[in-house]
Design a protein around this ligand. Structure first.
Ligand code: UDP
Ligand code: MG
Length: 324
């Protein structure tokens, strides 16, 4: 039995989330083919996730699937986001090693060779890439990205590596741990780190996207950052409670000094409504702010409790095989 397992070729699954990437898929396919040839001692499975694309992405994938049986795909019923795409890929990949990479070649396929060799020869469960320099980002994206990593490092107990990309190759046991985390609000960078295991970080310079355009607007990135904070830290709640406590203390001291001491000792009654108005606006503002903080956690809890599916499949390569 043991011998049989040993003789079997090991398989690498590569998950490639795609949203409106009709231009990039053929280019990516040519590049990954070269790597598959170089790593010919292994079996490969390329799993494209069509994340409800509105262009010809799905048709382009189907053309490739028809002529190459190493290619599989999952097509969603609508756009569920890259996080859902990665999760669907991890759940459906069958390899002993599973990799995640972008289709735009910002995650160079040739790095897979080094990543695989590291997993084979060194005592690691995962090899991941990060590019902390953020070259090619606009000034504001760079500024906010850096601020986000500094903030989350302070408030989250889950380690977050600055500039971590989703590009990684993992052993099966780590993949199984990740798919055991079924949370609806998925922030993979946190989940990868939460499950632990030994990860080797390789620093590299992410090249520019080869074709097409980025799918991330500033607002989408902002929401993604919030996802990371709300999903992996409860510090904002602690801060709210702490500031509330300080306000109570200040109020108590003010009551003692202004109302009791000033009035009784000096016979100087309280006056001046402008200062009072300012205080009321300030405190009610902070109350609303922190109510908002609680609300954000509550809304996340609400979505988790509903247990909606993370993704819905419309079609896979199995459907094409049935047609033929
Ligand atoms: N992507 C996706 N669903 C989305 C948005 C993006 O599957 O809703 C994919 C996209 O096709 C690409 C990867 O996620 O393969 C990274 O997206 P992009 O290159 O636009 O992001 P950036 O590199 O600018 O961060
Ligand atoms: Mg990209």
């Amino acid at each position: 039995m043991m011998k049989e397992v040993k003789n079997k070729k090991e398989k690498i699954s590569i998950i490639v989330p795609c949203y409106n990437e009709e231009e990039m898929i053929p280019i990516f396919y040519e590049e990954i083919k070269k790597i598959i040839e170089k790593m010919n001692t292994l079996d490969f499975e390329i799993l494209f996730i069509d994340d409800g694309s509105k262009d010809k992405t799905l048709n382009v994938i189907k053309e490739i699937v028809k002529k190459d049986n190493r290619i599989r795909f999952i097509s969603f019923s609508r756009n569920f986001g890259k996080e859902a795409g990665m999760f669907a890929g991890l759940e459906n990949a069958t390899g002993d090693f599973v990799g995640v990479m972008d289709v735009d070649l910002q995650d160079p396929p040739e790095m897979l060779i080094e990543m695989y060799n590291t997993l084979k020869n060194e005592d690691y469960d995962c090899v991941a890439l990060h590019s902390p320099e953020h070259k090619g980002y606009s000034f504001f994206r760079k500024l906010f990205t850096n601020m986000f990593y500094k903030l989350i490092a302070k408030i989250s107990s889950t380690e977050q590596i600055p500039g971590a990309r989703d590009f990684r190759l993992m052993k099966r046991k780590m993949v199984d741990a990740i798919i055991s985390m079924k949370e609806y609000n998925r922030y993979s960078k946190g989940i990868f780190s939460f499950v632990g295991f030994k990860t080797k970080w390789i620093k590299y310079e992410a090249p520019e996207r080869r074709a097409g355009t980025t799918k991330w607007s500033f607002w989408k990135l902002f929401k993604y950052a919030l996802e990371g904070i709300l999903g992996f830290s409860t510090t904002p709640l602690v801060i709210s409670a702490f500031i509330g406590m300080i306000f109570c203390l200040i109020a108590l001291v003010a009551i003692i000094i202004i109302i009791i001491v000033k009035t009784l000792v000096w016979g100087d009654p309280v006056g001046g409504w402008p200062s009072l108005a300012c205080i009321i606006i300030f405190t009610s503002g902070t109350q609303l702010l922190f109510l908002g903080v609680i609300g954000m956690y509550l809304s996340k809890t609400y979505l988790e409790v509903k247990e909606r599916p993370i993704y819905i499949i419309r079609e896979t390569e199995e459907d094409i095989k049935k047609e033929n």
